[in-house]
Ligand binder design. Structure first.
Ligand code: DGL
Length: 262
């Protein structure tokens, strides 16, 4: 097998601080059904969004090294927090490996018909960093963005019992003040799509926007441009891995993967 072929058949590494990226990997698999994926959840260290940027960088870097050791042909950072902190630095450190990141999809909240009020839910780290401020500033002329930091939410979603009253109560605390005044919500953390139903129960039937599908399209474009698409015709695989190294955690990933609707 020549080097090029070997690379095409290699897996794509996808990771998040924990369960959030499980939904993203389902979006990726939907668009690229013949690819093989390794999904790594760093649930042992979740949440990333309430650590210092340097702590997040160290954790992310060790996950990336773990994926590179398994010979992945591309890496998807299925985490807005990790992308904000680390994507640029990692691309400089590993220029030969395509690295696809995620950021809050706030551009999709803009409407051509009227000036929208867009609620942006994300982790404290994502919203505190200069990268987000610059992104919002560029789009400020077209919509009103209201950024809501949601400390504790990703950690609670990690537990996976998504119908708990405490979780609904936490969401009401974050969202009640905006009831009836918002046109759409951007889910700027990959954990949050798992609680879409509860968010709509509070804010009404308004559009909820996330970056999963856009990331899948971007990954496909990048692989195409580098001639790295797997040309096998059989269905690809997903190898779930977790830093907790427990079967219980992997069972949670599989459960949430099945639950997630593409
Ligand atoms: N899922 C992650 C994100 O997209 C982070 C959650 C966390 O670990 O705080 O931001």
């Amino acid at each position: 097998m020549n080097n090029l072929n070997r690379k095409k058949v290699n897996s794509i590494g996808v990771f998040d601080s924990g369960v959030g990226g499980v939904g993203v990997v389902k979006e990726l698999k939907h668009v690229l059904p013949n690819e093989n994926f390794i999904y790594f959840g760093d649930s042992l260290h979740a949440p990333y969004g309430e650590k210092t940027p340097e702590q997040v960088f160290e954790l992310v870097h060790s996950v990336v090294k773990h994926l590179l050791d398994q010979n992945v042909k591309a890496i998807v950072i299925a985490c807005n927090t990790a992308t904000s902190v680390a994507a640029e630095r990692l691309r400089n450190m590993y220029p030969d490996i395509p690295i696809i990141g995620m950021e809050p999809a706030i551009k999709k909240g803009i409407s051509s018909e009227k000036r929208n009020r867009v609620l942006v839910m994300a982790t404290p780290v994502t919203l505190n960093l200069e990268k987000y401020r610059r992104l919002q500033q560029r789009l400020d002329p077209y919509a009103d963005f209201l950024a809501v930091k949601c400390p504790g939410l990703a950690k609670r979603i990690e537990q996976a019992n998504l119908d708990g009253e405490d979780l609904k109560e936490m969401l009401r605390r974050f969202l009640d003040p905006y009831k009836g005044t918002i046109d759409c919500v951007v889910l700027g953390c990959t954990h949050y799509p798992f609680v879409k139903k509860h968010i709509q129960e509070i804010l009404g039937d308004i559009p909820l926007i996330d970056g999963g599908k856009g990331t899948a399209r971007q990954l496909k474009r990048v692989l195409e441009s580098k001639d790295l698409l797997n040309d096998q015709t059989c269905e690809g695989t997903i190898d779930f891995q977790s830093s907790t190294k427990t079967e219980e955690e992997l069972a949670i990933y599989r459960y949430l993967y099945d639950l997630y609707e593409v």
